[in-house]
Ligand binder design. Structure first.
Ligand SMILES: CC(C)(COP(=O)(O)OP(=O)(O)OC[C@H]1O[C@@H](n2cnc3c(N)ncnc32)[C@H](O)[C@@H]1OP(=O)(O)O)[C@@H](O)C(=O)NCCC(=O)NCCS
Length: 173
């Protein structure tokens, strides 16, 4: 298995993770997003196929997008610093595992990789991972330690995606 950063000269064959928007993003848009500096896409592949991909961008979590109760908990993680209305984050904008490889913990390995990378090798401050989870993926992220940015059922159920976050400080020694 190889792990590579998507480059402009990469020749796609096919990819199917069961979600047509995600497939289309990878095959048609990911290179354009990279060129415009909007996101960077990584591929996990072997000689025959793309096994999984994910795209990441700079992000922030902010008081405006979260419930008061959640924000209070987040603030408590920074007891000695000045209270802020946002904190730096990295967003997993897209993540897809090839249908024939789902359920083998590849998605979990990708999340573990992102967690480690943004603690050990980040060049800028980054305290959280964020994701707008598709309904079908909420429990996958929940199992991987992600929490809800909003707790009210109202805001969770009326949206197409659910904003979730992972606090990277829990992995610090
Ligand atoms: C969601 C996705 C990325 C998960 O990747 P994966 O490699 O299949 O997931 P894993 O094998 O690492 O699963 C980890 C855990 O989450 C659970 N899980 C994974 N997908 C799930 C789902 N759709 N619904 C409920 N639970 C799920 C697994 O059962 C596993 O639980 P376990 O540890 O108790 O065995 C993958 O299924 C996928 O690409 N789906 C289509 C696209 C998508 O929804 N992407 C997310 C965009 S926000």
């Amino acid at each position: 298995m190889q792990f590579i950063r998507l480059t402009d000269n990469y020749q796609f064959k096919t990819f199917d993770c069961g979600n047509s928007d995600l497939n289309e993003f990878l095959l048609s848009d990911a290179k354009k997003y990279a060129k415009r500096l909007l996101s960077v896409t990584y591929l996990i592949k072997d000689e025959n196929e793309i096994i999984a991909f994910f795209s990441v961008s700079n992000d922030r979590i902010s008081i405006k997008e979260s419930d008061k109760a959640v924000w209070r908990k987040i603030k408590k993680e920074f007891p000695h610093s000045k209270h802020r209305s946002d904190y730096p984050a990295v967003k997993i904008g897209r993540l897809g595992v090839n249908l024939s490889h789902q359920g083998k913990h590849i998605g979990t390995h990708i999340l573990d990789f992102v967690k480690k990378t943004f603690i050990k090798n980040n060049r800028t401050g980054c305290a959280f991972i964020t994701v707008d989870a598709l309904p079908s993926a909420v429990s996958f992220y929940h199992k991987n330690g992600f929490k809800f940015l909003r707790t009210s059922t109202d805001s969770v159920t009326t949206r197409d995606t659910t904003p979730m976050y992972y606090d990277l400080s829990q992995l610090l020694d």
